[in-house]
Design a binder for this molecule. Sequence first.
Ligand code: CDP
Length: 208
Amino acid sequence: MIIAIDGPAASGKGTLARRLAAHFGVPHLDTGVLYRAVGLSVLRQGGDPADADAAVATANHITPNDLSDPVLRSDDAAQAASVVAAIPAVRQALQDFQRDFAHQPSGAVMDGRDIGTVIAPDADAKIFVTASVEVRARRRWSELQHADYAPTLDEVLDDMRRRDARDSGRTVSPLRPADDALILDTDDLDPDEVFARALAHVEKTAKP
Ligand code: CDP
């Protein structure tokens, strides 16, 4: 059983993906970490994430060790991720790993931007989790209050708008719901309600 969860930043897709994976006892992959690892690694080499050659060379050498660095959660890594993610050859370089993960015998839950549309269009259940940019920025801002450098709400909102525009406006694999995805707007839903609705959808559409 493959469950594909897509949506913009801070929509709640990661929380939902982890809960569904725990519920069904299947592995989970946060695919954003792959793009963050490429973006961060280019930055650390002193390179420009928009430089396609540098980004592709890095994407070809990403290993599981590169995926657990806490700095991957930083906003610099997020912005660099969305720049490298718009380069078609970077997406291509990361595709086999994601497709293999989706199609392992145990099944999988994956979250990202193009899981239901490109990586696993054959997924048994697809969910698109979204929320207004103001609500998402406020959620990310409260998460960041514990960070060494806590940005203002306006800074988080600006960064999120820039990233949304890049992710939705790119020509390759833009952020959009699959035609057969359940759309969950989480502006007025708490995590338990999101989980309950998603679970009902999975139980209806997937054949475990
Ligand atoms: O956690 P958050 O939603 O803020 O971001 P993320 O899921 O870690 O993704 C970081 C960036 O990677 C996104 O802004 C996208 O540009 C890119 N990404 C993508 O293009 N495709 C994916 N399947 C996952 C992430």
